[in-house]
Design a protein around this ligand. Structure first.
Ligand SMILES: [Zn+2]
Length: 367
């Protein structure tokens, strides 16, 4: 197996096209063509994590946070620790790859995994992504439409939320007149034709469209298949930011922070108190999600759990919604389990090492 097989599989789940536009998810260092039998998962690439990968003969490291984020002007291995990591990766033939905001914004990614640790039900995205989808409309003889629809589904089209194989077909009349140079599969060139046709409509993510059209052309009987691509402004049910769901039974306001602490195994939680009543609806956003506080409020959440929260955000939330900062590392670390499960389902013979030692740069001093 090659690194790129693993990248492709991850990107089927967490496409890079959905990542934050300023993100740098994807290959960081090394070759995508490198053979891989064993890989290491870590939230961040640190020196101990890299040492572990070397010691365990891992040829691939998958991180959540990209090592390379700001433009790199030089690789200075004397003064810069990031440069030394790059040098060590290359010297040890290790490829480095990151699934960052694409893993945040996909279903069963970072925030969904956090929601699952809190045993939330009816989990949905807190803030849906808009757009990035188009409607493909194909005109074809009715008897081939099912096959065309299947081709679109096989190439990742026709997914709306929890439903796959979504399409719509209507019947009508198509007209055309081929030129002298045409070679129509139906009718005669130079003569106006009217034929029974169907109009097939399917949604698809924008980055899948070129491949879908290419595959449709292979099976469409017409010399010049007629199709349209309409950009959509719909809410994209397949991707979003954060997650919101419900606890199976309400928890008294006075017990909710302890409940979170136990479920997440987090000792230190900074928080501001919300309303006095019981807590039922919970919004989460793994990592830095304070900017989605108003979305948590408008979703009717009783508590919003995220990280990197500022003083004034706590002040803004007080009395309205519980706002809890459970730590950046602590709200994201479970995502490694989600990646591990996903890769193990796809590649039964791959060795996966999860590195969770010494990665959190934030320490707590307790007197
Ligand atoms: Zn993060």
């Amino acid at each position: 197996m090659r690194c790129k097989d693993i990248f492709d599989r991850i990107e089927q789940w967490a496409p890079r096209e959905i990542a934050w536009e300023r993100d740098n998810a994807g290959l960081q260092v090394g070759s995508a063509d490198r053979e891989v039998k064993k890989l290491l998962l870590t939230l961040d690439l640190t020196e101990p994590a890299l040492n572990k990968a070397v010691e365990q003969n891992c040829s691939l490291i998958l991180t959540h946070h990209p090592l390379l984020f700001n433009p790199l002007r030089k690789i200075d291995t004397f003064t810069d620790s990031k440069s030394r990591l790059i040098e060590k990766l290359i010297k040890n033939d290790i490829t480095l790859y990151s699934a960052h905001t694409n893993l945040d914004y996909t279903k069963d990614g970072v925030s969904f995994e956090l929601a699952s640790r809190l045993q939330l039900n009816n989990v949905k995205f807190l803030v849906p992504l808009y757009g990035r989808q188009s409607k493909i409309v194909v005109f074809a003889p009715e008897n081939i439409c099912e096959k065309i629809a299947q081709t679109v589904f096989d190439n990742g089209g026709g997914i709306i939320g929890e439903y796959s194989g979504c399409s719509y077909t209507s019947s009508g009349k198509g007209t055309f007149k081929g030129s002298d140079k045409s070679n129509p599969s139906t009718g005669i060139k130079g003569k106006s034709e009217t034929v029974d046709e169907a109009r097939l409509e399917v949604v698809a993510d924008n980055w899948k469209i070129n491949k879908i059209i290419e595959e449709i052309k292979k099976i469409h009987p017409y010399e010049e298949p007629a199709y349209d691509i309409y950009p959509l402004n719909n809410k994209n049910g397949n991707f979003g930011i954060g997650a919101v769901g419900e606890l199976s039974s309400p928890i008294p306001a006075g017990d909710i922070i302890e409940h979170i602490s136990l479920k997440l195994g987090v000792k230190n939680i900074r928080y501001s108190a919300g309303k006095d009543g019981p807590v039922k609806k919970v919004a989460v956003c793994g990592g830095s999600g304070a900017e989605y506080l108003n979305d948590a409020v408008s979703n009717g959440a009783d508590i919003f759990i995220t990280a990197d929260i500022k003083y004034h955000s706590f002040q803004e939330a007080e009395g309205k919604i519980f706002l809890a900062d459970a730590g950046h590392y602590e709200t994201e670390i479970f995502a490694l389990d989600a990646v591990e499960r996903y890769l193990k389902e796809s590649f039964s013979n791959i060795g996966i090492i999860k590195f969770t030692e010494n990665v959190n740069p934030v320490k707590f001093y307790n007197k």
